[in-house]
Design a protein around this ligand. Structure first.
Ligand code: ZN
Length: 686
């Protein structure tokens, strides 16, 4: 493992800033910690609010991530108040947390870590705690103590597994006091603790020990098929993606029975090799390599037992069978190991392994699915390496259950912000790069949805996706190139779309073109192009969307962006109005046909949108000015004036209507038309 330490960067830093720097370079290495795992601390002398000189322990607070940690994420505690606790025999979690809270110097600081006392009781100035893959490869074996002694000799001590808290802190401190020459302490089935007088010393010790462990493991792995021969090979890429896209909505429907989930798909070559190995099924069911992962991955993944990963039909049957067995095992585990008074968590898996195909992870949003993904991408190599060395062994089931249902761990969930109106929902918008499409996309992303943006203009769509993701502070939008008029393109586009978030809940059929000419002057080319995008394109994409929604069996909502021209046509808009009328009529038929499946189909009929709209090109403005006998610069004002409210219509107005129709507020509405035109008497739906 490479050290990321830079004397040049560290030179100007001291105190907490130095710990922030070191924590970040630890967090930057995913083989050391992942997603909120691990912690760090420094002991300093400062002043409290009265100006009194005080020994302070600064420790990473709950809910922060080493990779992005900042000084405000550290909690300062009065060290002099924590140290006397060492003399106590025992202390409950509640009493310890309560005591710690009273010793916090800054009431605005985050809640101190459950491992605060562990850091307090060790005398070193700088302490780092990680869940390094290479260390956990050693701890998660049958003979971990023997192995660790063999590699590190007497300079590293091992502490038996116990859930973090007072007792673990006391054990660590006792072992340290007995052996003051220790270089580090390893927590069995959990992780590593290193320390030093300086941040550099403590950090370099982590790197050194991890590197030694890596070298040892690499030797053991060399030329070995630890998990036996590969029995099911990964399907060829094209086929693999097609099957994954066919199975994803079925899987999403199954795992969303309690709460809607977003999925992430992964099919890297090492993972496929692991999944196809003879012993993969058996070793994958043992447990997580550090209990910290439990909240995100659950105790074990769903391993789909299948001999036919290439046949979506058979695979779907195998998936359902394996899932039923998974839920039964989960229920038995809960009934056997739970403490009184706890409620069972969602019985569905967060990690789904399918030999030949790859892995799906689930979560309430793309970020949560990514966390489960990242953790498992580090888990399977640890399992393989531990098996090569000895035999993969984690904490016992009773301890897994105790940790999984631990109030202290579940408290972390309560720190998360509340879910937004459309979080957990997946939306696909066609013609997303245009003004209305972009407006709708922006509103859905702000409302928490995961959004697939499709358009023929890929670059423009990617720019939009990047902007929306930046504003959202995470991946909530993906751009996919798709020509709605081409059946094969639509099929490929929806395949990519389904693999982005696992399925589809809301489809916004928005792609459209406007060609103007009086009927006697209308070229066949313009007529056919209008029908092709506005009518056929709508048909093809709706068919693809319905297929996904029906496979999920979770209902769905389709919102069609048509036009006020359908209700009140204007001259020279023959091709546009007729093709949009075909789209509208098709949408009504879809509403009738799909109501039994819980799929609603509604329409919005906006009047002209000017701001940034591709539909309102210079030519069209000129043409419309001529048609209404006004000057070009007055076109916008003319359109605003002609409605009852006398107000211009914006993309955000259309988005409001679309979100309403897609939402649960419109749960009893289907086949409806919602005008968004400021009120046009001739365009009142009837
Ligand atoms: Zn830990």
């Amino acid at each position: 493992m490479k050290s990321l330490w830079s004397d040049k960067t560290a030179k100007g830093l001291s105190g907490l800033d130095l710990v922030v720097y070191t924590s970040r370079i630890i967090g930057a290495n995913t083989n050391l910690v992942l997603w909120g795992g691990g912690n760090s601390s420094i002991k300093t002398v400062g002043k409290d609010h009265t100006g009194k000189k005080t020994s302070i322990l600064w420790i990473k607070g709950s809910g922060s991530d080493m990779r992005t940690i900042a000084p405000k994420n550290f909690t300062p505690l009065r060290l002099d108040e924590l140290l006397p606790l060492k003399k106590r025999k025992e202390m409950s979690d509640d009493a310890m947390v309560d005591y710690q809270m009273k010793s916090v110097l800054n009431p605005k600081a985050p809640k101190p870590s459950i491992e605060t006392l562990l850091h307090a009781f060790l005398p070193a100035k700088h302490i780092y705690h990680t869940h390094a893959d290479a260390i956990c490869t050693l701890t998660d074996t049958k003979n971990s103590r023997k192995l660790i002694k063999e590699i590190f000799g007497e300079s590293v001590a091992v502490v038996d597994y116990i859930r973090p808290g007072f007792t673990l802190s006391k054990w660590v401190s006792e072992i340290y006091e007995k052996h003051p020459n220790l270089r580090a302490i390893i927590l069995d089935k959990h992780g590593l603790i290193t320390w030093g007088d300086t941040a550099k010393e403590a950090y370099q010790m982590t790197i050194k020990l991890v590197s030694e462990a890596e070298r040892f493991t690499a030797k053991k792995l060399k030329g070995k098929q630890a998990l036996g021969p590969v029995q099911i090979k990964g399907l060829p890429q094209k086929k693999r993606r097609a099957v994954a896209a066919a199975i994803a909505p079925i899987l999403r429907g199954e795992v969303s029975q309690n709460k809607l989930m977003v999925l992430q798909y992964e099919d890297g070559p090492d993972l496929l090799k692991f999944l196809g190995s003879k012993k993969a099924q058996q070793v994958s069911q043992v447990g997580p390599f550090t209990p910290d992962h439990l909240m995100h991955t659950r105790p074990w993944p769903l391993f789909v037992e299948t001999k036919n990963p290439g046949d979506p039909q058979k695979l779907a049957d195998d998936l359902r069978k394996s899932l039923a067995a998974y839920r039964k095992r989960g229920l038995d585990y809960f009934n056997r190991y739970k403490e009184d008074g706890v409620t069972m968590l969602d019985p569905n898996p967060r990690v789904i392994l399918i030999p030949g195909l790859g892995m799906f992870t689930t979560g309430k949003d793309p970020r949560a699915a990514t966390i489960a993904h990242d953790l498992y991408m580090h888990t399977f190599p640890v399992i393989e390496a531990a098996t090569a060395i000895d035999a993969y062994k984690t904490i016992p089931m009773q301890e897994i259950c105790n940790f999984e249902y631990w109030p202290m761990e579940n408290f972390k969930l309560s720190l998360l912000p509340p879910e937004k109106a459309f979080s957990r929902k997946v939306v696909l918008i066609t013609g997303a790069a245009g003004a209305i499409g972009a407006g709708i996309a922006e509103s859905f992303v702000k409302a928490g949805a995961s959004v697939i943006l499709t358009d023929v203009m890929l670059e423009k769509t990617e720019v939009l996706a990047d902007r929306l993701n930046q504003e959202a502070g995470g991946i909530q939008a993906v751009a996919i190139e798709m020509d709605v008029t081409d059946e094969k393109e639509v099929q490929r586009g929806f395949e990519d779309a389904v693999l982005a978030f696992g399925g589809l809940d809301i489809f916004v059929s928005n792609a459209g073109i406007a060609r103007t000419a009086s009927v006697d002057n209308l070229s066949l080319k313009d007529w056919e192009a209008s029908l092709s995008v506005n009518a056929t394109g709508h048909l093809l994409t709706s068919q693809a969307a319905l297929k996904v929604m029906k496979a999920q069996k979770l209902g769905g909502s389709i919102v069609v962006v048509t036009t006020k021209n359908v209700l009140a046509p204007g001259k020279d808009f023959g091709a546009y109005s007729a093709s949009k009328a075909a789209q509208t009529q098709l949408a009504r038929i879809m509403a009738i046909e799909n109501a039994p499946e819980g799929i609603r189909v509604n329409m919005v009929t906006p009047d002209g949108i000017f701001e940034g709209s591709g539909l309102w090109s210079k030519e069209i403005r000129e043409e419309r000015a001529k048609a209404h006998k006004i000057s070009v610069k007055d076109v916008e004002a003319f359109y605003a004036k002609r409605n009852l409210m006398q107000r211009p219509i914006y993309a955000s107005d259309v988005a409001e209507g679309v979100l309403f129709l897609a939402s649960e507020s419109a749960a009893k509405t289907t086949g409806a038309i919602l005008p968004i035109d400021g009120g046009l008497r001739e365009a009142f739906p009837r």
